[in-house]
Design a protein around this ligand. Structure first.
Ligand SMILES: Cc1cc2nc3c(=O)[nH]c(=O)nc-3n(C[C@H](O)[C@H](O)[C@H](O)COP(=O)(O)O)c2cc1C
Length: 204
């Protein structure tokens, strides 16, 4: 395979894995994953990221308790071999610290794929609880949490919009809009019920 084909193959094979076998990730593999994060680009090369690697089972299980969206808990975090919490320092010298940290995370998931390790980006987490558990300094912002581990089964491939409807050459062609940019806010009894639950359980 040509180098470009290898890169695209890894990008396309990366999936959000939500079933892990709980096996530990070898230290060398974890270091390669972190190294891929370290080499991410960042605004003004500020490198605002800090990575907290969690491998202890009890901690992973505690973290999964802080990861949920509405009533959906991210149980897979508790079954992962490791989780990496990506923090960023807003004062590190780059206004783009959130983007920088996200690129570092992306590099990590791609390296993991190349090593046969599954990953899942978790956006739904309770920042304060995570900070408390992991003793993360108050001035840092948690940008992402990524679960890593060995996959059980095979995650399905969520479709992507065709390139022809998202890529524009020279000027933006509004005629060719896929029509999903402005998602309608849900309304009706279920959204009211959801809001009520969030208020009652203080969930984001
Ligand atoms: C910023 C971000 C936040 C996400 N949050 C969650 C999450 O909280 N829980 C989860 O199971 N998946 C989460 N995902 C995974 C997405 O659902 C997934 O990337 C998307 O469905 C496409 O599937 P794929 O990653 O297998 O291509 C998140 C992905 C991103 C990029």
């Amino acid at each position: 395979m040509k180098e470009s084909e290898i890169v695209l193959d890894i990008i396309k094979r990366r999936r959000s894995v939500r079933r892990f076998d709980g096996a530990t990730i070898p230290k060398e593999a974890m270091e390669q994953i972190l190294e891929a994060g370290r080499w991410a680009p960042s605004g003004a090369n500020a490198q605002p990221w800090r990575f907290v690697v969690v491998t202890q089972k009890e901690k992973l299980s505690a973290i999964s308790d802080f990861c949920y969206y509405k009533l959906f808990k991210s149980r897979h975090v508790g079954e992962a071999g490791a989780a990496v919490v990506i923090c960023a320092d807003p004062e590190a010298g780059s206004k783009t610290y959130t983007i920088d940290a996200a690129i570092a995370g992306t590099n990590m998931t791609l390296m993991a794929t190349s090593l046969g390790i599954g990953s899942c980006w978790i956006g739904a987490f309770r920042e304060e609880k995570l900070k408390e558990l992991l003793h993360i300094p108050a001035e840092l912002k948690i940008i992402a949490l990524i679960a890593f581990g060995y996959e059980v089964g095979k995650a399905s491939v969520p479709p992507r919009l065709p390139l022809s409807s998202i890529a524009h050459y020279e000027t933006y062609d509004a005629e060719n809009e896929p029509g999903i940019i402005t998602k309608k806010k849900s309304s009706g009894p279920f959204s009211v019920f959801g809001k009520l639950l969030r208020v009652l359980f203080n969930r984001r």
